[in-house]
Design a protein around this ligand. Structure first.
Ligand code: CTP
Ligand code: MG
Length: 221
C-alpha cells in the first residue's frame, strides 16, 4: 500500500535498434513494457515513465493491466526520467522501487524482496549477483591487475529506497550517476544488497531480446 514501483521506459533503445523505442519492442507475443508491467503488477502503486511522444501508446499497454497506474513522460537521461516519475508520486508512498522496463522478465519475487528489505532496514536496497568472469584492470591494451572478484557484484533493478531520502537525494543531485543507488549513496544514504536473479538481465541488444524470447518460452513450458 505504501509502495510505489516506478518503471522507467522512456529510453530510445539505440543499442537494440528495433526501429521503435525499446519499451515497444516485442518478444513472446507482447511488448517489453507489457512484460515489465505484468511482472510488477500487485507489488505497489505503478508509475510508468514513457517516451514523451508515446504516452498514449504506453497508456494503451499499461491501463488494461492496471487501470490505476500513472503514465508520465520521461526526460533525456534515465536520471531525468526517474525524477519525472518521482514528481508524480502520491503523498502516502513510503517506499519507492525504481525499475528498468528493459529488465522485463524480472521475477515479481525480486521486487517483493527488495521492498521488504527496504521496510526492514530503512536503507537503499539493490539486487546483486556475483561476477563470474575474471575481471582485469587495464590501461588501453595493458593489463595492470586482476581485480579481486569476491569484492565485486553486478547489480540490477529494482533498486528500492525509503521515499523521503530518495526525494531529497534527487532534489540535490548536481551530477549524472550510473544508477539510483550511486545517487542515493552520494547524498549520504546507506545501500545494501539482496540476491538478484539471472532472469532480471537487461535487454540491451538484439541478442538479449532473443534471449528474452527463449526464457519466456522456457517459463511457459
Ligand atoms: N530510460 C529512461 N529514460 C531515458 C533513458 C533510459 O526511462 N532517457 C530507461 C530505459 O527505457 C530502460 C532503462 O532506463 O528501461 C535502462 O536504460 P537502457 O537499457 O540504457 O535503455 P535505452 O536508453 O532505451 O537504450 P540505449 O542506451 O541503447 O539507447
Ligand atoms: Mg541508455
Amino acid at each position: 500500500p505504501h509502495v510505489a514501483v516506478l518503471i522507467v521506459a522512456a529510453g530510445s533503445g539505440t543499442r537494440l535498434g528495433a526501429g521503435v523505442p525499446k519499451a515497444f519492442a516485442r518478444f513472446a507475443g507482447a511488448t517489453v513494457l507489457e512484460h515489465a508491467v505484468r511482472g510488477a503488477f500487485g507489488v505497489g502503486r505503478l508509475v510508468v515513465v514513457a517516451p514523451p511522444e508515446s504516452i498514449d501508446e504506453a497508456r494503451a499497454i499499461v491501463e488494461p493491466i492496471d487501470p490505476e497506474a500513472v503514465v508520465v513522460g520521461g526526460g533525456a537521461s534515465r536520471q531525468a526520467s526517474v525524477a519525472a516519475g518521482l514528481a508524480v508520486l502520491e503523498p502516502g508512498i513510503r517506499i519507492v522501487l525504481v525499475h528498468d522496463a528493459a529488465r522485463a522478465l524480472t521475477p515479481r519475487q525480486q521486487l517483493e524482496a527488495v521492498a521488504s528489505a527496504v521496510a526492514e532496514t530503512g536503507a537503499g536496497v539493490i539486487p546483486a549477483l556475483p561476477v563470474s568472469d575474471t575481471i582485469k584492470l587495464v590501461d588501453g591494451q595493458t593489463v595492470l591487475d586482476t581485480v579481486d572478484r569476491s569484492r565485486l557484484a553486478a547489480v540490477q533493478t529494482p533498486q528500492g529506497f525509503p521515499r523521503e531520502p530518495l526525494d531529497r537525494a534527487y532534489a540535490g543531485a548536481t551530477a549524472e550517476y550510473t544508477d539510483d543507488a550511486a545517487l542515493f549513496a552520494a547524498a549520504g544514504g546507506i545501500v545494501v544488497t539482496v540476491e538478484g536473479s539471472p532472469l532480471a538481465f537487461k535487454i540491451t541488444t538484439a541478442a538479449d531480446l532473443a534471449r528474452a524470447e527463449q526464457e519466456a518460452g522456457d517459463a511457459v513450458g
